[in-house]
Design a protein around this ligand. Structure first.
Ligand SMILES: Nc1ncnc2c1ncn2[C@@H]1O[C@H](COP(=O)(O)OP(=O)(O)OP(=O)(O)O)[C@@H](O)[C@H]1O
Ligand SMILES: [Mg+2]
Length: 425
């Protein structure tokens, strides 16, 4: 700024070569500045007090869908999202704060969250100032000659937020696991003592020959059976809730799907639920933990069975399973014709303990989302109350990169239809 002021005052006395050198210096400075602003990962705009765009970085231009000229356009009118425009307009009208941030959620093709920052900057109006005072003599500027500018940043924070949610979900599952495993472990000790004493009672029985023996043996057999059942429930519980790192091998996803469906075959037939399988031929192998994927599928299909049962209709009881292949990932879709969910319920299904069922623990989908995370996976659930639910599992061959604003090249201003909602874990 100082350099430019000094130059302005000397302009009329300068020789041609000096002038050329000076212009080159200014051009270089300008390029450095633009490169710096373009290196910013989000959208960045500088606007004047009438909200016309003075500058937009590369991501900003993509974000607004403007290829070439942006100078002189109104930022608020160029924004494709009325929600962002409203938030920004409110922030701009509260100009007393130097920096403001607002985190907003939008429904685009997928729900997104943006962090909008407004930085309030004052810029000297050189033109007015030159007329009033000698530039080199003072740096103070009368209020009337100040021009307000704002630096606006818009960042896509959906991935960051998702990771934060995943981590807090993971933490609550971990503490829950520790707590419940601790209790289960404590129950195991008296249970072992019970088992031991039942064996002793059984031996003593052999020596007794009283008329009540038969009745006592029957009662004993019931107690014995229940103790064994308790022991097996406890073992299953400890096994499924102890967090286990995935041990991944190169596997065929289609084979695991077929195997899991075989496990559920009897149950599906009993409930008269039909299944359709559409498996992509020659699906690439990918790194999977077979047991964990089986556990994941069991949880999802069990939910579908329960949703179909809850609907209570005898017609159209169907679970459709499909696998498809994309260049960087495999997709497994499980669709049911069950009771479905309203949007407000869908938002909670990945929370540990959230259940709408009398006998549910509400841990099934928490375990599913943990398993997907272990597999570089994404899980998306779409549902329509009264019609059914679709669970989409995406298995990426490589860890995914951060989603940048640049990927929003065809943003939609329309929210998804109200009757069908989506949830992502
Ligand atoms: N396919 C589906 N159709 C309708 N609702 C579903 C479906 N899958 C999940 N839900 C809803 O999400 C909730 C949470 O599911 P989750 O599997 O985590 O727990 P749960 O099934 O209730 O209990 P658990 O799996 O521990 O027996 C369910 O209670 C149900 O309301
Ligand atoms: Mg469940």
């Amino acid at each position: 700024m100082l350099f430019q002021k000094r130059i302005l005052s000397k302009l009329s006395h300068m020789r041609k070569e000096e002038l050329q050198k000076m212009i080159m210096t200014l051009v270089n400075q300008n390029n450095h500045l633009i490169n710096g602003l373009n290196a910013f990962p989000g959208a960045l705009f500088i606007i004047n007090n009438e909200h016309f765009i003075d500058f937009a970085n590369d991501v900003g231009k993509k974000f607004l869908n403007i290829e070439g000229r942006y100078y002189g356009r109104s930022l608020l009118k160029t924004l494709w999202s009325p929600e962002i425009a409203t938030a920004l307009s409110t922030m701009l009208s509260h100009t007393d704060q130097a920096v403001q941030y607002k985190d907003i959620s939008l429904f685009l093709r997928t729900p997104k969250d943006f962090l909008i920052g407004v930085f309030h900057v004052h810029r000297f109006n050189e033109h007015k100032k030159q007329k009033k005072t000698n530039i080199s003599s003072t740096h103070t500027t009368p209020k009337a000659s100040r021009e307000q500018n704002f630096l606006i940043t818009i960042n896509d924070v959906s991935d960051f937020k998702r990771r934060y949610l995943e981590e807090s979900q993971e933490n609550s599952i971990n503490s829950l696991t520790m707590l419940t495993s601790g209790i289960a472990h404590e129950i195991k000790n008296p249970l072992s003592a019970l088992d031991l004493h039942l064996q002793l009672i059984s031996r003593t029985f052999k020596k007794i020959h009283t008329p009540e023996k038969k009745e006592l043996e029957e009662l004993f057999s019931i107690v014995n059976h229940e103790v064994r059942r308790l022991d097996s429930i406890l073992n299953d519980f400890l096994q499924s809730f102890r967090p286990r790192k995935a041990i991944k091998k190169s596997e065929h996803l289609n084979d695991i799907v077929i195997l899991t469906l075989d496990l559920l075959r009897a149950k599906l037939e009993d409930k008269k639920i039909k299944t359709t399988l559409s498996l992509a031929p020659k699906l690439k192998t990918t790194l999977l933990d077979k047991n964990l994927i089986e556990q994941l599928l069991l949880n999802i299909i069990e939910n579908s069975i329960e949703a179909i049962e809850e609907k209570g209709s005898d017609e159209n009881k169907l679970i459709s399973i499909e696998t498809t292949e994309q260049p960087d990932h495999l997709t497994l879709t499980i669709k049911d014709t069950g009771i479905g969910m309203k949007e407000e319920h869908l938002a909670k299904i990945f929370n540990p303990f959230y259940t709408s069922k009398k006998m549910g623990t509400g841990l099934g989908l928490s375990i599913v989302s943990r398993i997907m995370r272990e597999h570089n996976g994404e899980i998306i659930v779409e549902s329509r109350a009264g019609t059914g639910t679709k669970v989409i599992l995406e298995f990426y061959h490589h860890p995914r990169k951060m989603l940048m604003l640049e990927n929003l090249s065809t943003p939609s201003t329309h929210p998804p239809p109200k009757t069908e909602a989506r949830s992502r874990a």
